[in-house]
Design a protein around this ligand. Structure first.
Ligand code: FES
Length: 152
């Protein structure tokens, strides 16, 4: 049996229908979905070399997560936009990296993409498994981890 708690006096309850939700609880109601085509080069060491996969990716979802959910094995390690293991190259379309820990303007201009943090903003085509090229690109631009990984 639960004790009965009595209160005295009156309380004024807020009219909940007139309150705005706290920003922490607000969600983006326009969660658009984009088609992402992933081309895995013939020369890739991945088991899926030579294959092309087309997946649907919501705008608040990373391409890595969506690909893996769809059963496409994609290389990755840190999953924070730091290590570059998931590097890919943009063939067309648009992606953003709002939470990448290390992603430079030069990377974006050269069309490199980190799948673990990349979110589409248009129908997009990517070439997967570009880690080696990306390391060399970073090294040539004197950005990490290029030189440290290339020289190890
Ligand atoms: S898995 Fe490390 S940068 Fe994407």
């Amino acid at each position: 049996m639960h004790p009965i708690r009595r209160t005295t006096g009156s309380t004024t309850r807020p009219n909940l229908s007139t309150l705005s939700p706290h920003p922490c609880f607000m969600t983006d109601s326009s969660n658009e979905t984009w088609t992402v085509t992933m081309v895995i080069p013939e020369e890739s060491s991945l088991a899926a070399a030579g294959e092309t996969h087309r997946i649907e990716v919501a705008e608040d979802e990373t391409i890595l997560a969506a690909g893996r959910s769809a059963g496409v094995w994609l290389p990755a390690d840190c999953q924070q936009g730091w290590c570059t293991a998931c590097a890919a190259r943009l063939r067309n379309g648009e992606v953003v990296h709002p939470h990448a820990r290390r992603y430079y303007e030069e990377d974006r201009e050269a069309g490199y993409v980190l799948l673990c943090t990349a979110k589409p903003r248009a129908d997009t085509t990517l070439v997967i498994d570009q880690y080696d090229d990306f390391l060399e690109f970073r090294a040539a631009n004197d950005k990490p981890p290029g030189n440290s990984k290339l020289n190890s």
